[in-house]
Design a binder for this molecule. Sequence first.
Ligand code: PXP
Length: 247
Amino acid sequence: MGSQPFPGKLRLGVNIDHVATIRNARGGDHPDPARAARIVAQAGGDGITIHLREDRRHIRDDDLARIREISELPLNLEMAATGEMLEIALRHGPHAACIVPERREERTTEGGLDAAGQHNMLQPVVSRLLDAGIRVSLFIAPDPRQIEAAMRLNAPVVEFHTGEYAHAEGDARAVELKRLGDMAALAARNGIEPHAGHGLTYENVQPIAAIPQLTELNIGHYLVGEAVFVGLEEAVRRMRDLMDAAR
Ligand code: PXP
């Protein structure tokens, strides 16, 4: 297998969780994440990503059901590896499920999944999702141990956590970028499709988008924040243009 087994366009998955965060700040039903899903499709997004958290702090069960029904784009459900989330995923049958670590006290998903240390807990969840035809991704740190663990779990996809890269500056950012590039190449050489996401912005997305093995970026908080100023359609278009220009 060559170094680029998954050539082609870099997909943009738009995480619309924080549309629900704004809605939930007041209760009621505005702004509606399902409307956001339609706009993402018009704006050239390639997928909709939502994270149904255990505490339902943003996306709720009825959002998942409605988005699943109305979205023309593939749905990527981020989920903790719990029995409850597994049953929900199997019931709704999203295109993909990205398994993430989840702690109630965190503000966002702060680190990658310990796929290496949690093999026995993850194996049945991954197997049942795969058996149901759901494309499984593991949200991991760019680390060879975690890629090896993903291989042992037969995960077809990994998503690299780009938070360290996004928060670093100067030389430290260059180190993180190199790590992400090396790990994307390692994953691809081993037949795993590499994605990336977390903390990506207009300012930092292009070096990541230029990593040739990556096939998908998932971006949320920054786009919803920009949407406040320029609208969601414009924000998604601009990100799409920056990603395309970097390829
Ligand atoms: N990918 C995964 C697996 C995530 O958990 C998140 C954050 O919820 C993102 C991508 C998007 O991160 P951000 O909201 O910082 O763009």
